[in-house]
Design a binder for this molecule. Sequence first.
Ligand code: SF4
Length: 324
Amino acid sequence: MRFTHIYVEERAYGYPLTEKILTKIPDAHVIKIKHYKDVFDRKRQNAPLQKEHQALIIAVRDGSRIFKGAPVCQSFGQKNFYYASSMMNCPFDCEYCYLKGMYPSSNMVVFVNLEDYRNDVEERLGEGPLYVCASYDTDLLAMNGLTGHADFWKEMALSHEDLLVELRTKAAVRVTDGIPNLIYAFTLSPEEVVNRYERNTAPVSARIDAAAKAVKAGAKVRLCFDPIIKIPDWKNAYKKLVEDAASHISFKDLTDVSVGTFRISSDYLTRMRKAYPDSEVAWYPYVIKDGVAQYEPDTDKSMQEYVLDLICEHIGKEKIFTWN
Ligand code: SF4
């Protein structure tokens, strides 16, 4: 991905990662700013239009950097479940992405003070083992060539055995390492969903191939059939997806599998509908339950159970996690 405009916070200039990123995009127009929020949080931004010409913002994150996992996210049985936000927004453009309701801007923010993230994690590790999803508000593996953030989290896992890191992706990344406390989580969706709603992501066949190779390389691999999206022929689409995945990937060697139907906080959905008045996904007539928008309870249940049954044919139930 090529950025034509890069905003740089004044104080970010003191960090080596800023220089590294800038030298990788020498033709970009660089604009110095006081604070990333002056650009990112501006009122009346056109997020869909920004997505077509995404700008990069290089900044320093102060305040909170790691957060308690939200109830709509899966903890995979881990007690101390946190997520880190070292980048905001994603190079991909999934129509259902909750970031569309979470942020006022589609521009991407990269934080360069990674050593502060290290300190935050080490402080929490003092209280016991920690599970950190490092790639929730972005796709760190897809951006790693430019930012090196996935490498940072890999190094964190290598140097802290009580830390379990998850890197989730919709890219077809090449994984060659088998680090016991680093999970590569590949999100798999039927081809119809990818073509319709997951713009710019890797084709699902390439993600399956990448996951298969990662398993062979000895890496810890998680498959995420999440979110399950209600498309017209969802039963056949998910059947084919699970069959394709199981015929290429050694399911018995997977760390685990996650399954979850689409859900989004009702506040995010309201904002998403305002910003994307033509979005099919945003305007589906969801049911709101406990502040979470989801499919009608019967549909939701039957979709989740159907996909669960398909997966159970290939892997033990104890390795499958659902969000509710
Ligand atoms: S890959 Fe994930 S973070 Fe990126 S746009 Fe899609 S859903 Fe959002």
